[in-house]
Ligand binder design. Structure first.
Ligand code: UD1
Length: 388
């Protein structure tokens, strides 16, 4: 069996790592027992994320084999990224003729490559299928709908996602509940991450020009990440959040804000960057590595984030997660479903209320949805073999 799996942007890398390792383990097992099908695996990187800190560092730290093919797509509008990916990926498929194309998550590569494969009648499997925010202004929701509509095999992370699909799939599609592959990576890397020193992480990543920060104390700092266009692309939205962080959050809790390149550009453009840079209680860092962010998350009092992956990691670590969005495609991580997340959008009133509430509850409440057990990648390989 020959498969091509595709990654494009940062959140894909921690999802593909366990899958690559599970294929290796499968091949070793069948070589030892001399029975079963060898899986030939080709890894394609579309090149959407290209900075070392956004891409290469994850390949190295998570032991992902170097991509066999890099399409070199780079930055651009959505149409440019999707269009260029389809043109380049079609050439790969025509040469390699795989039995399966595996797409992960909800980035532009996920939609572009599922569509390219299906138009060549190649089977598609989608890892992390069935998530729905029901927010069509989110580019990721469009990517999920495209990938799920076209995939032959829909591999879901939780039962709510399976339920979303059973209402809409065709007879020729198969839904398999396999669990959350991100948690395979979290469990595999947890020990290594927890061995890191908080202050060493800050020293290695703090942006130039900031005052020397006080040492971070366990449970007495918050982490902040933001990169969604809906939060960072307009001054009207971004400025009130920054004002809340400066005027209200930082006096109560030291803050570590790991900056996405998009957010950094906007903060500079809106004239907000220098005030943050000079702030004694707000540490701004360049994009962090996987282990570094996991360590900070595990030591923090709370996270304020618009990231999807971080919502899941907070759920398992029990970190209170103020989700800077009005909806989430990951409701399983919300407090209403036993998780640690609270939707606060980008409304300062709601952020303030949830922040103050979290300050009065110091305890972590970890939660582990079914099959978020570190063994999802193995179940995915089994499903591919069964449905081949
Ligand atoms: C993409 C994904 C989003 C994911 C996020 C994680 C889509 C539609 N969006 O959004 O789902 O949550 O990645 O980061 O696929 N840039 C760099 N270096 C890089 C990559 C990007 O400086 O290595 C800058 C460029 O200025 C670029 C901007 O970041 O224009 C945005 O990058 P882009 O890949 O368009 O989208 P993300 O916001 O990262």
């Amino acid at each position: 069996m020959k498969i091509i799996s595709v990654v494009g942007a940062r959140p894909n890398f921690m999802k593909i790592a366990p899958f690559c390792h599970a294929i290796d383990a499968h091949n070793k097992t069948i070589a030892a027992s001399d029975s079963g099908d060898h899986i030939e695996h080709i890894l394609v990187h579309t090149g959407q994320h290209y900075d070392d800190a956004m891409s290469k560092s994850f390949f190295e730290s998570l032991s992902i084999p170097e991509a066999d093919i890099n399409l070199g797509i780079g930055s651009g509008s959505h149409a440019e990224q999707v269009g260029s990916t389809m043109i380049a990926f079609e050439k790969v498929l025509l040469t390699e003729k795989p039995d399966w194309v595996i797409v992960v998550g909800d980035v532009n590569a996920t939609a572009a490559c599922s569509m390219t494969a299906k138009k060549l009648n190649i089977r598609v499997a989608h890892i992390e299928a069935g998530l729905r925010s029901h927010d069509m202004e989110m580019p990721e929701e469009i990517n999920r709908l495209v990938a799920d509509c076209l995939s032959d095999l829909l591999l879901t992370p939780d039962k709510l996602s399976s339920d979303n699909l059973t209402r809409s799939v065709r007879e020729d599609q198969h839904v398999v509940f396999v669990g959350n592959i991100m948690i395979d990576t979290l469990e595999a890397q947890r020990e290594k991450a927890l061995a890191l020193e908080l202050d060493a992480i800050v020293a290695d990543s703090i942006l130039e020009g900031q005052p020397t920060p006080n040492s971070l104390i366990e449970n007495e700092f918050a982490i902040v990440t933001m990169h969604r266009p809906s939060n960072v692309d307009s001054r009207e939205t971004l400025e009130p959040i920054v004002r809340f962080l400066i005027d209200e959050a930082a006096p109560a809790l030291q803050i570590v804000w790991t900056l996405h390149p998009r957010t950094r550009t906007r903060l500079i453009e809106f004239g907000l960057f220098n005030e943050l840079l000079k702030h004694e209680r707000i540490i701004m860092t360049s994009p962090l590595g996987y282990h570094e962010l996991l360590r900070l998350n595990a030591g923090s009092r709370m996270a304020l984030t618009d990231s999807g992956g971080l919502q899941e990691e907070c759920c398992v670590l029990g970190t209170v997660c103020l989700v800077l969005r009005f909806n989430t495609e990951r409701p399983i991580t919300l407090r209403d479903n036993g998780g640690a997340g609270v939707l606060v959008g980008n409304d300062p009133e709601r952020i303030r209320a949830a922040f103050n509430e979290a300050m009065t509850h110091p305890d972590r409440i970890p939660s582990r949805p079914e099959y978020w057990d570190g063994h999802t990648a193995g179940r995915i390989v089994e499903a591919l073999i069964t449905h081949y």
